[in-house]
Design a protein around this ligand. Sequence first.
Ligand SMILES: [Zn+2]
Ligand SMILES: [Zn+2]
Length: 157
Amino acid sequence: MVNNEARTLRCPRDGGQLHTEKHDAIEVDACPTCRGAWYDFGELSQLEATVTHDEASLAGMLEYSKRDSELKCPMCAKTMVAFDYRAHAVELDACPDEHGFWLDAGESERVRQIMQERVGDMRRSAEAQARWDRDRESGFKGGGIIDRIRELFTGRR
Ligand SMILES: [Zn+2]
Ligand SMILES: [Zn+2]
């Protein structure tokens, strides 16, 4: 929760009362019945930030294939928007008025896994780029065709 005002939220799945709990050091409103949890808007990025602060990994679109959710926002009761989290097979629900996100049981773990994979991918592509730059540099050093032609004309080695 961002603010401390008392509120009673109901689970959008089973109507049970949500309880404030700490998940990954983030205060969420969790359902004791289905183990889903409500993340206030901004807390989803906090969840991602528990894995990495790497801007490249955190950048990019979050909400793919948006469609109407079967769930209603626990704060304003509007029909939520279901989407594929970062184009993975993890369906999250968001309030269209940006009140927050609903994560079913296990989905916060999936979000953290996906962020870990993204960090790994970014690191690998950064390493590949560095390797490519290194190869290109050594390829040009004396061995390049331009250098050889230049040597022919100038006699310089
Ligand atoms: Zn529930
Ligand atoms: Zn809402």
